[in-house]
Ligand binder design. Sequence first.
Ligand SMILES: Cc1cc2nc3c(=O)[nH]c(=O)nc-3n(C[C@H](O)[C@H](O)[C@H](O)COP(=O)(O)OP(=O)(O)OC[C@H]3O[C@@H](n4cnc5c(N)ncnc54)[C@H](O)[C@@H]3O)c2cc1C
Length: 438
Amino acid sequence: MAPLRIAVVGSGPAGAFCAQILTEDTDHEVRVDVFERLPTPFGLVRYGVAPDHQKIKSIVASLTEIFENPSVRFLGNVTVGSDITMDELRAHYDAVILASGAPLDRRLGTPGEDLSGVVAARNFVSWYSGHPDATFDTSVLTAERAVVVGVGNVALDVARMLVRTPDELRRTDVPEHVIDTLAGHSVREVCVVGRRGPEHAKFTNKEFLELAEVEGADVIVSPDDLALSQEARAGTRPATARLLASLQKVADRRPQGRPRSIRFLFNRTPVEFVGDTSVSAVRLAHTTRPEVVEDLPTGLVLPAVGYRGAALSGVPFDDASGTIPHRDARVLDGERVLPGLYAVGWVKRGPSGVIGTNRLCASETTAALLADAPDLSGKGSGPAGVDALLRLRGVAVVDWSRWRAIEAAEVARGEATGRTRVKLYDRNEMLLAAGAAT
Ligand SMILES: Cc1cc2nc3c(=O)[nH]c(=O)nc-3n(C[C@H](O)[C@H](O)[C@H](O)COP(=O)(O)OP(=O)(O)OC[C@H]3O[C@@H](n4cnc5c(N)ncnc54)[C@H](O)[C@@H]3O)c2cc1C
């Protein structure tokens, strides 16, 4: 039987794990082409996971092995939907797996959300991660107080990055202009606001302990916010109990006079972002005492309340959940399964879970695809037709060896500045380094 030819849209962990599982399957011979709109692979592992989380980023070594398998091709700098259409992919491959992630922001729906100075955390994350499409306006960093809305791990990443010292940042791969800007910004206090009590915080104890270790900032937790009822305390899970104990430890200690601080404000929710054209304060209502409303002056609000999937042209999309509708990973158009079309990762489940969660998700998706293999085999006319179309359209495809050239340029830039590696962040510069500039 001829090998199955599979296209994967998106080179984040979900797409990469699918490529790995499919090409390691012993019952089927499978070739996988992974299409990626950026010149760089790995999705949010490169552009989401915080730069100071080098241990987590080391997953890149395992993801690299997946792409170096001769049965897997990386086609970077190719946007599915414009450089090549979904119909074209479906015509040339036996099946298509959608692994396009969640590139948009979930909105809060709070009045004043569109004021300048209210900037989705994703925007800031993309900027410090060197995403080529980042649009973060650094002038908002003239604010003395920043307010991060949300108490998940991303909220803590953002708060931590705002207070990291230049020395700490130089141990990461963030671009030099990011270090310069973060070294000189005016933010002295970062308030992290959570709608509910600390027992409902979504960040992990590990993330919180790490925050408490940053060199340049005091972490401040009010003992009042930790006053849980006996009942609530008795019902907590061990992980929550550990987090509460860590929060209590920090609440009990005196601030050490560090230049910056991170202050937690639990049981408060923003009811309005106040200002004419730019935000000047966040109006917070106390969720346990609704009669108490306070204005917290600020020029920078970073809502960190979740990412959101984007519709792909030619693929059904559920706007309410921001995901692709599916049954056991098979994409649905209403109640009808669209043959040969599968979803995986954040675009399938929504933006939750850690990198490893996408492996389980990829297992489900690839199991569905392989179960359908007898019906899929020979459906597509072969990837040569797609290569020809991309050539005809003048698309500067970044293949794996070209990505390796970008990596080498990043390591060289690091050596030149006494750092291990410095990310390229300008798309043209990446393409030049890749030798793929048109
Ligand atoms: C700020 C942040 C920090 C995080 N930190 C951690 C952490 O510390 N530890 C942890 O375990 N997890 C962390 N995560 C979660 C982890 O990053 C996700 O679980 C994972 O990246 C989701 O994988 P994915 O493949 O579904 O999506 P993504 O990683 O987003 O990959 C999707 C890819 O698809 C590409 N794409 C989109 N549309 C197209 C198109 N039309 N054509 C071609 N390509 C396209 C995108 O460019 C992207 O590369 C973090 C997430 C965020 C947002």
